[in-house]
Design a protein around this ligand. Structure first.
Ligand code: ABU
Length: 380
């Protein structure tokens, strides 16, 4: 693998950070109801009484989130990291394509969902939801800048799916829990297998090995596309599954590498037995996250993510981690494991789809492509 100095270079979730993009909340909207998404108010009485809001979020809510995002950016800058921000995009605009229409788009708070760096490559994900079809646009000027100033940088955009009705299993949303339980080994969610579909946040980079979660936002065809795209470069792509997560979307609240040899795991979403072998066969340790400070019922009313946003931490280096300020149990655990912990307020960002890891996209981390998994399992 290449040893040359470049602007775009990031192989893991934990190497020492040098340049990063942090999201912004300007012009954010509520996600519309669509075949790939059924947003609901968190309060079950209200959810049964009033519909999920549509259109733009309130200015004050956007401002509170922007203040916390600015605090995240300031902490990173104080650590010597170069911080970039997405450009403004009007998410209030409707989308009309030959295959679908939606009344508005979403936001640019979570670059992690859309954009990913694999070494010297920036890849734009296909995305899986209609309201997020054009979510690469706020990052395009930055990508052009990197492409123009770094001759080693490779830029790719994965094929856009149609997002037509036929791409979705709409029955998925009506399945009762017992049926979900019965089907939990099938890993069939709200997207069919007919088109290439993945969100970047279902991928997790561990040097030469990339794991990709099969989920509501990434299908097997999408993982197959990633395999064919990345493996000729010497990378290895491994699908991973968390059978007790009935609504999986993005791996970074479920399985979060902290440094070489250590994964923060979600005690309510264990990894499938067969998928464990890559880690256990190479001496990696699973460390269960403690219960989050908030229960699912206490999460913000419009937030569509789970209480496990507590685990959505962000690594500045293999020894420094940013964690939400009220997650004291997790902070204690990380301190006991020898990490330096930086606590910041971030709960106002939660209703925009994520916490620190989601709200960032690393462009450059020190380090090269290391093989952390020399013992490769033979998959049955
Ligand atoms: N965007 C990350 C949300 C994942 C979760 O709620 O578990």
């Amino acid at each position: 693998m290449s040893k040359r100095a470049s602007i775009v270079n990031s192989w893991t979730e934990w190497d020492e950070l040098e340049e990063v993009v942090i999201g912004r909340a300007d012009s954010a909207c509520f996600e519309p109801v669509e075949p790939g998404n059924r947003p609901e108010l968190r309060d079950s009485f209200l959810a049964a009484t009033i519909p999920f809001p549509t259109g733009r979020k309130r200015d004050a809510v956007v401002q509170w989130a922007n203040e916390e995002l600015a605090g995240f950016a300031a902490l990173l800058e104080a650590q010597g990291v170069k911080v970039r921000r997405p450009h403004c995009h009007d998410f209030g605009q409707p989308i009309q394509t030959p295959h679908f229409s939606v009344p508005n788009q979403y936001c640019a708070v979570c670059p992690r969902d859309v954009m990913i760096t694999f070494g010297n490559e920036i890849l734009e994900a296909t995305m899986s939801r209609r309201a997020r079809f054009f979510e690469y646009l706020p990052y395009r000027k930055l990508v052009y800048e990197y492409w123009q100033s770094d001759p080693h940088m490779i830029w790719n955009a994965a094929p856009k799916p149609t997002m037509a009705d036929a791409m979705y299993n709409v029955d998925f949303w009506k399945w009762p829990t017992a049926h979900r339980h019965a089907r939990m080994q099938d890993f069939e969610f709200c997207i069919t297998q007919d088109e290439v579909v993945f969100d970047a946040a279902d991928c997790c980079r561990l040097g030469r090995d990339i794991i990709v979660q099969e989920s509501m936002t990434t299908n097997r065809t999408g993982i197959h596309w990633l395999k064919r795209h990345l493996e000729p470069r010497g990378l290895r792509v491994h699908p991973v599954h968390f059978p007790l997560d009935f609504f999986p979307s993005h791996i970074d609240c479920t399985f979060v590498p902290l440094c070489p040899g250590m994964i923060l795991t979600n005690p309510e979403r264990p990894i499938r037995e067969n998928d464990k072998r890559l880690f256990l066969g190479n001496g990696w340790e699973f460390v269960d996250a403690p219960q989050p400070a908030l229960t699912n019922d206490e999460m913000p009313l419009f937030c569509q993510s789970s209480k496990w946003l507590s685990m959505n931490v962000f690594s500045i280096s293999p020894t420094k981690i940013i964690c939400e300020e009220r997650e004291s149990s997790l902070q204690k655990l990380l301190l006991s494991r020898g990490f330096e912990v930086y606590a910041l307020p971030f709960r106002n960002v939660f209703e925009f789809g994520g916490s620190f890891h989601c709200a960032s996209w690393d462009i450059r981390r020190r380090g090269e492509c290391v093989d952390y998994f020399p013992n490769q399992p033979e998959y049955a």
